[in-house]
Design a protein around this ligand. Structure first.
Ligand SMILES: Cc1ncc(C[n+]2csc(CCOP(=O)(O)OP(=O)(O)O)c2C)c(N)n1
Ligand SMILES: [Mg+2]
Length: 349
């Protein structure tokens, strides 16, 4: 993949790249490390609990893709909005959502972030700007442009990052949204997390267009491929896109080349790919890459990183205890928080 990224790394000459200096300090590296270890340990635990049938229904893990979350969050600011697909537990953790209500949501408990009524695919935390958690492939793409439209209309200076998988780019909604977003110069960053597969179907089997970032160029959107296993590359590309969005130049499309170590969901044994392929990505593990830099730059010692790991392990276990000890929602709660409430705030206020 590394060579694939290198070959693909270009942007149309109509949209020259702004210079962004690669100058990350201790604080950024420690943020990347802590947030990615939290995502990884949280989801490894969720996977285990799924096996024990404590967590039921759908459960799609982000393990392997963590740099695509942390590298974006470090490049943006409070007030910016985020949307993604059903692979949605990890990004809010990087944004600062407490692990307890996310774990409780996976357990379908009333203390969950969506009151136990959404489950794994519907994590939502307005406080940190995380606008879901969407189960319909590509469904969040027009919503992301809509949010960006609202930010522009209200002159907030905020932008919206809209994540999607490689499978979602074959949806009509993707193309319609890209066209309008560029026409209206909306402050949106479209992020394709190209992990090589849509369920069991590889990118190569879905279209002749395999360099997915080139799809943005059809709509005159500045577009590029990024090594999604490296926080540094992700951060720089997003910082550049954010500058463009905030200065009124409109959207950017970024294709993060990444990989999920686990199957599509918990019910997928992932027999469509080889062990060699998986191992080649594990050798580029984003957490290990960041750890190596932290140690080589002496931002922390091995022992200090182990202490962070231990602290996070305890935090994850606390989230499990919190979820276990919480009640399920009352049956009558099924009638609450339904769109058709007479005082639905967005309509009446
Ligand atoms: C409109 C729609 N069609 C089909 C599905 C079933 N489905 C769920 S996930 C998925 C694959 C999507 O893959 P991709 O966009 O690459 O995201 P990834 O799972 O790799 O993150 C499909 C086809 C769905 N949820 N919505
Ligand atoms: Mg995919």
């Amino acid at each position: 993949m590394a060579t694939q990224v290198k070959e693909a790394k270009k942007m149309s000459s109509k949209h020259p790249k702004a210079e962004i200096k690669l100058d990350f300090g201790k604080e950024t590296y420690m943020f990347w490390y802590e947030s990615m270890v939290l995502m990884r340990k949280f989801e490894e635990k969720a996977g285990q609990l799924y096996g024990q049938q404590k967590i039921k229904g759908f459960c799609h893990l982000y393990i392997g893709q963590e740099a695509c979350g942390s590298g974006v969050v470090s490049a943006l600011k409070k007030g910016d909005k985020y949307l993604t697909s059903y692979r949605d537990h990890a990004i809010p953790l990087a944004l600062g959502t407490h692990p307890n209500p996310i774990m409780a949501e996976l357990f379908a408990k009333s203390t969950g972030i969506s009151k136990g009524k959404g489950g794994s695919m519907h994590i939502f935390d307005k406080e940190v700007g995380f606008m879901g958690g969407h189960g319909i492939v590509g469904g969040q793409i027009p919503l992301g442009a809509g949010i960006a439209f609202a930010e522009k209309y209200n002159n907030t200076g905020n932008l919206c990052v809209c994540y999607m998988g490689d499978g979602a780019v074959r949806q009509g909604a993707f193309h319609e949204t890209l066209n309008m977003a560029m026409l209206w110069k909306l402050p949106v960053i479209f992020v394709i997390e190209n992990n090589g597969y849509a369920m069991g179907t590889s990118v190569a089997r879905t279209s002749n267009v395999r360099d997915l970032y080139t799809l943005g160029e059809s709509y005159d959107i500045p577009s590029e491929a990024v090594d999604g296993m490296r926080c540094e590359d992700v951060h720089v590309a997003v910082a550049r896109a954010a500058e463009r969005a905030r200065s009124g130049d409109g959207p950017t499309l970024l294709e993060f080349r990444t990989y999920r170590y686990r199957g599509h969901s918990m019910s997928d044994p992932a027999k469509y790919r080889s062990k060699e392929e998986l191992d080649s990505y594990k050798a580029q593990d984003p957490i290990e890459q960041v750890k190596e830099t932290i140690l080589s730059k002496k931002y922390a010692t091995e022992a200090e990183l182990e202490q962070i790991d231990e602290k996070i392990k305890v935090q994850v276990q606390e989230s499990v205890d919190f979820a276990e000890n919480s009640p399920f929602p009352e049956a009558s709660d099924a009638y609450n928080d339904v769109y058709a409430e007479p005082n639905y705030p967005f309509i009446l206020e």
